[in-house]
Design a protein around this ligand. Structure first.
Ligand SMILES: NC(=O)c1ccc[n+]([C@@H]2O[C@H](COP(=O)([O-])OP(=O)(O)OC[C@H]3O[C@@H](n4cnc5c(N)ncnc54)[C@H](OP(=O)(O)O)[C@@H]3O)[C@@H](O)[C@H]2O)c1
Length: 277
């Protein structure tokens, strides 16, 4: 791909951690649209039915020469950046391997424990880490709007977040719903931990930020923030209809991250970096 100045864009080498999953396959499809990103490694779990298989075959395409491995060091060997869409329990090992191999890390996996989050923060002293529970441009904009709305309306408007995902999703509320909740809390100048109602039974308390999670079918991801006042309410909604939107965002994040010094980054950093558009 050529930039406006006519120069060849640099090639970014990536490893996909979780290549056999829903997001891993979406990344393989999104990669086919990109000429300046190449896949050099692909990881699945030690019990994956796809170990040893060529990744091209995972999406019904031509052989690529990249085979699915369960060794994270092998997957990272020729990559500059790893993109992790796996399971929360595996993230610790992947972070440690990225630090050991000095690879940048884009982390899309959600439902991370406090321990895993601490590890990521530590890792950010050595490598660039970009963590986002939602890689879509739309959701990241929604979070910014949520903060402004909460700041403007205050506690007079009750904040409730409703989300729906496919029946296989492991965590609830979704990482994105929590991000929206954090944005509302930031807008109000409070901590989500003090105001979040994650499992409400009985009456709503004033000032709560409520969460409701629906699970079913093959829904890719829907989030609505309702700010309900007396006589009026505002709803901010986002609907993802195709995982490709997350995959394209993750690839854009990976390209952006390779040029950054060690540190902890978010999708907002990519989106508002004008040099990346
Ligand atoms: N940030 C975002 O924009 C975004 C968007 C969508 C989803 N997500 C999150 O991304 C994660 C993955 O979602 P998904 O729907 O793609 O899940 P999925 O379809 O269940 O795929 C999980 C993948 O992880 C692999 N895996 C499982 N255990 C592993 C281990 N111990 N070591 C290495 N790999 C392992 C699986 O390999 P095998 O099955 O072959 O064994 C599979 O490739 C979830 O946390 C989800 O919430 C984030």
């Amino acid at each position: 791909m050529r930039s406006e100045a006519g120069k060849l864009a640099p090639m970014t080498s990536i490893a996909i951690l979780g290549v056999t999953g829903r997001m891993g396959r979406a990344l393989l499809h999104a990669l086919a649209e990109q000429h300046d990103i190449r896949l050099t490694g692909a990881l699945a779990s030690p019990v994956s039915a796809s170990l040893g298989q060529d990744v091209g075959e995972l999406v019904g395409g031509q052989k690529t020469g990249i085979v699915v491995t369960s060794s994270v060091d092998e997957a990272l060997a020729n990559a500059e950046v790893a993109i992790d869409f796996t399971v929360h329990g595996a993230v610790r090992d992947h972070v440690a391997a990225c630090v050991r191999n000095k690879r940048a890390l884009v982390i899309g996996t959600t439902g991370l424990s406090e321990e895993a989050l601490d590890l990521l923060r530590l890792a950010a002293a050595d490598i660039p880490v970009l963590m986002s529970p939602n890689m879509s441009v739309g959701v990241n904009l929604l979070c910014r709007l949520a903060k402004i709305a909460a700041q403007t309306l205050g506690e007079e408007f009750d904040a409730e977040i409703v989300e729906m995902h496919h029946r296989h999703k492991l965590d609830a509320p979704s990482g994105t719903a929590l991000r929206i909740g954090e944005s509302v809390a930031q807008g109000r100048g409070i901590a989500l931990a003090d105001a979040g109602a994650f499992d409400r039974r009985g009456a709503r308390q004033r000032g709560q930020i409520g969460f409701a999670s629906l699970r079913g079918g093959d829904v890719v991801g829907e989030h609505t923030l309702v700010l309900a006042g007396n006589g009026e309410s505002i709803s901010l909604s986002h609907r993802a209809t195709d995982r490709l939107t997350f995959a394209r965002g993750a690839l854009r994040a990976a390209q952006w991250l390779t040029g950054q010094p060690p540190g902890m980054y978010a999708m907002d950093d990519v989106i508002i970096d004008k040099s990346n558009t």
